[in-house]
Design a protein around this ligand. Structure first.
Ligand SMILES: O=C(O)CCC(=O)C(=O)O
Ligand SMILES: [Fe+2]
Length: 321
């Protein structure tokens, strides 16, 4: 199985036929795999580079400094720094191997920013806010493409995601003994699906991201980092809310982070630290995340109850906490 790599400029700048063609290819990849890789997605290379670099700067701060903005335990969503083992899926993971994460959300609870004394200059916050806005805009375009691909009325998906309620996250997976990972009892991230509508994902050159092969669920297909000097590759996955809205027509992609393919045969040594940046594109709190009427018929009755995004989130948190 190979994950399609699509060129989004066909949708962004192409003629109508090209947009339609892109939308069909996008839908096909999402339907087949719950995943796609995109180039020419409109996100400037420098912005993505700076975003990943910011992750390094932040996570290299001393633990005490990061702990000043620790996420307060409680119901999801997170705010601020979460240490190894404290993430949403931590109950399933080895405490010591989970990455640190730092979350930025633009709704109810205030964000927790590193102070300027700790991470000098205003750049960090400004950059994160800029990234948030460009990632959000890209997700809206992807929703437009999906409306086209799924033959939905204009706005059917886009309107569920306004105003912006997405979540920006930086992940750091510390260097880990390969022998520990090889035992298979621990992973950097256990197989899971994300909560939101879709997720944008940027990874460094280390590798280790794997996507479940639907025809062969025991197998995780490596989603390799793109070439360093090539265009910036963006990985996109379908998340639970999208699956709900389409009444299981387009299902969420199960993924994990484990040993990079290049290191699979190595018995000793260390798996290098890894950074990734993710953007969880989510529906607005009070909008419905029930199945769209388009996907409901006598033959395919609604699989999911009619609830709003916040209720869904709370329901899911109840499961995980
Ligand atoms: O680090 C990665 O590549 C994946 C992270 C992930 O799946 C998540 O944060 O939900
Ligand atoms: Fe994920």
């Amino acid at each position: 199985m190979e994950l399609p790599l699509l060129n989004m400029s066909a949708f962004r700048h192409g003629k109508e036929m090209e947009s339609i063609q892109f939308s069909h290819r996008l839908l096909q990849s999402f339907t087949d795999h719950g995943f796609v890789k995109l180039i020419n997605h409109g996100l400037p290379k420098e912005t993505v580079k700076a975003y990943m670099k910011a992750a390094e700067h932040f996570f290299k701060l001393p633990t005490e400094t990061k702990m000043k903005i620790a996420n307060k335990k409680g119901p999801w969503p997170q705010r601020g720094f979460s240490w190894a083992g404290a993430g949403q899926t931590s109950k399933l993971m080895n405490e010591n191997l989970v990455g640190e994460s730092w979350d930025e959300l633009k709704d109810a609870r205030p964000n927790r920013w590193p102070s300027e004394d700790d991470l000098p200059g205003k750049q960090f916050r400004t950059l994160m806010e800029k990234c948030y806005d460009v990632f959000q805009a890209t997700c809206i375009q992807l929703m437009e493409a999906m409306e086209l691909g799924l033959k939905l009325p204009k706005g059917a998906l886009v309107e569920r995601c306004k105003p912006a309620s997405s979540e920006l996250r930086l992940n750091h997976y510390p260097e880990t003994d390969l022998q520990i990972l090889a035992k298979g009892k621990t992973k950097r991230t256990w197989p899971h699906t994300d909560f939101g509508i879709i997720t944008l994902l940027f990874q460094d050159q280390v590798g280790g991201l794997g996507l479940q092969d639907r025809r062969n669920p025991q197998t995780f297909v490596p989603v390799l980092p793109g070439p360093v000097d090539g265009p910036t590759e963006m990985v996109v996955n379908i998340s639970n809310t999208f699956q709900r809205c389409t009444n299981d027509v387009v299902r969420a992609g199960v993924h994990q982070v484990s040993v990079p393919v290049a290191l699979k045969e190595k018995k000793t040594g260390f798996c290098p630290e890894r950074y990734s940046g993710v953007f969880f594109f989510k529906a607005y709190r009070t909008t419905s995340v029930g199945p769209l009427t388009h996907f409901i018929s006598d033959k395919s009755p609604a699989v999911y109850e009619e609830i709003n995004a916040l209720q869904y989130q709370q329901k899911m948190t109840g499961v995980l906490y």
